[in-house]
Design a protein around this ligand. Sequence first.
Ligand code: PEP
Ligand code: MG
Length: 830
Amino acid sequence: MLSLTPSQVRLGWSATNKAEAIRLVGQVMVESGFISPGYVDSMLKREQVSATFLGHGIAIPHGLPEARHLVLQTGVVVVQFPAGVVWSEDGHAHLVVGIAARSDEHLQVLANLTGVLDDEARAVALASTLDTAAIIQALQGSLASPEQDAPAFEGLSRQVLSPSPHGLHARPATLVVEVVRRFRADVTVHHEGRQANARSLLSLLRLGARGGSPLTLTAAGDDAAAALLALQQAFDAGLGEEPPAAPTPAPEPEPAAVLDYEGTLVAGLSASPGIAAGPVWAFQRERLEVEERAADAAREHQRLESALAGAAAELRQLHEGFLQKAGARRAAIFKAHLELLDDPELLRESHGLIDTGLSAGASWRRVFESRAQALAAMDEPVLASRAADLRDVGRRVLRPLARVLEGEPTFPEHPVVLLAEDLTPSDTAKLDPALVLGLCTAGGGTTSHTAIIARSLDLPAVVALGPSVLDLRDGQHCILDGDAGVLVVGPSARDRARAAHQRERIRLRREEEQVKRHQPAITLDGWRVEVAANINEAAEALKAVDAGGEGVGLTRTEFLFLQRDEPPGEEEQLHAYRAMVRALNGLPLILRTLDIGGDKHVPYLSLPAEENPFLGVRGLRLCFEREDLFRTQLRAILRASMEGPVRILYPMVALPEELAKARAITESVRREVGAAPVETGIMMEVPSAVMMAEQLARDVSFFSLGTNDLTQYLLAMDRRNPVLAPRADGLHPAVLRMVDLTVKAARRAGIRVGACGGIAGDPSGAVVLSGLGVSELSVAIPSIPAVKALLRSISLADAEAVARAALECGSAAEVRGLVRGLLARKGAKA
Ligand code: PEP
Ligand code: MG
């Protein structure tokens, strides 16, 4: 049992900054015989990984786990800084509790501190008290033994064991709360001198009960016996936890594709190749601002209640959805979130703060943030990761109580592996590639815009990792393997060395491809496939040429319209398109007209929210609704065409009359600006267009296969849906048959057909599309040298044979297997 003596408490100290304060605290710890001096460095390092500020003026500096050998004896010291020390952006520390812990005894201290944290007035008093005993009493009281502390209890009790392997963390604790809610009895869980209200998830979490540790359940009330019996049965059944023998939560990825990692594997989908290693960092998209005070407390109570009800409804819906799509285990997290919402302690305190004059938003934020900080500071990873849940739930409730500001994402000063629920194009556009080693998302699919941007930035990316990755703490080390589509959490030294080796191999192969990047992609039997670039902005045109691109096959011009408050005018657009034409210096430039809608939101256009935005007013349809935007863009494109070979590409054509209308508007604008006629083409990305290809081919010079959308529309699978993503593969034979129909119609009409969707840059896709007769592949800039090298290493005859066989396959996996076979026979570098 830990104890605190007067010599371990120092009052009235001052420090100019956090580092100085930590050194002072470290000195007291050394004097108390708890640590060797070297441990202080580790305490300083820990702050860089995550600040140890708990809230209410309390910080708990302690070393990193690897420095535990420098702990001589478990113990705590308390140094009071009445004037405060800036600890983190969240606040000043007045009471600094230095912790030296050889094992997990300090969990107990943390749990006690969270007790002090619950009582703001007490924390404020301790910040300036002149009474050492007051501090000792505040902490020691809860450090004392259960016998001393436990109130006289009159009722029933039972002994149970905390569930293995991870103890009483959120999922099992949720189950405890659920069981207790069926009864009227007051049930308390006792663990090592602490007590928790069994109806409160947070209270249970704060017990810090590790797997297999003994717990006492006590109950009072008319149905106490029944409640205890039900609880005992639930504990005996393991509280829904899997037995330790089968602890692997992530589905096993394909063995052939995965390095033999020793860290915990979380399987997702490969969205962009390459390997990154570094700390994870959670991307925060929104900034939520709340009014601090509010005059009408009754109204604020009501606002809070309705925000809570709204969040609960959302969570119930998410739970239902995930239950059906992904099974009970994955859905359980939303249930745990629901329980957090219903936590009596959180609610009581929030309403209490409203009564002191705070607004509903400020009260709620204050309470959930201080709890989350306390949880995050725990050394027990499973418990610490619950902070992410609490913050997630907290923000869900806060959103309707706050003003939502699209904030600039904050980045640490060192490079990180960026972690996000999902990233929109405007999020990804804000990223600073120098500070992002790789991208991983809980949601999204391989054709989502996260994937597209990652490929264009040459960043490894893994998507569809599932919601559990959002539990990772900022700063936790991981390896992101974009080739295998996995995230390795807590990699071993061997994992790191292997990843470094793999990175080196990739680097050497890329170097070889770079040398030949300006040579054309001519197959062994003399068939030339043009390899062009997909770009989003003017600055990329030069990079495309430098990477060996033989033109630009797709410009996603909508990126010029994102991240701003009003649309770019004609002159601004002209400037951008002209810069592209000039950079390409005679090579063709395909400018796709605006494709806004779907997952590309443009707030200033104030478009009505749609139930199914991918099936709504998107692309050309929006251009017809907002003909002003369309005409302005066409004017700029046509004026730029006077300087070099520009072609116009219309997105989302579903019906022949849409093409006719787009062409008519283009023709009228052309006459206005006095430009010469330009070639026009359409994206083949809606199944109806493919079925009408013969007719459409009469009116255009080229088709460009948008396999990203074609796949989602044909297979009826939302391109961002993480559950469907593994099946939404553009190499599905159904999609390939559409490609085949398109190529045949184009050949009959004598027009060109290219492909600019994600599979064009995927090695298997490049082979099969070429074999089907697609003669231009437009790919992300970094993929250009690799696609060219690959095509040079095979013959068209082989690609055609594989493509013919692919059309007869039953699944995308079979198609990929066929290509792997071909490449293995040829010794090609896929
Ligand atoms: C596509 O749909 O394949 C495509 C290239 O367009 P986007 O990804 O921009 O929708
Ligand atoms: Mg598309």
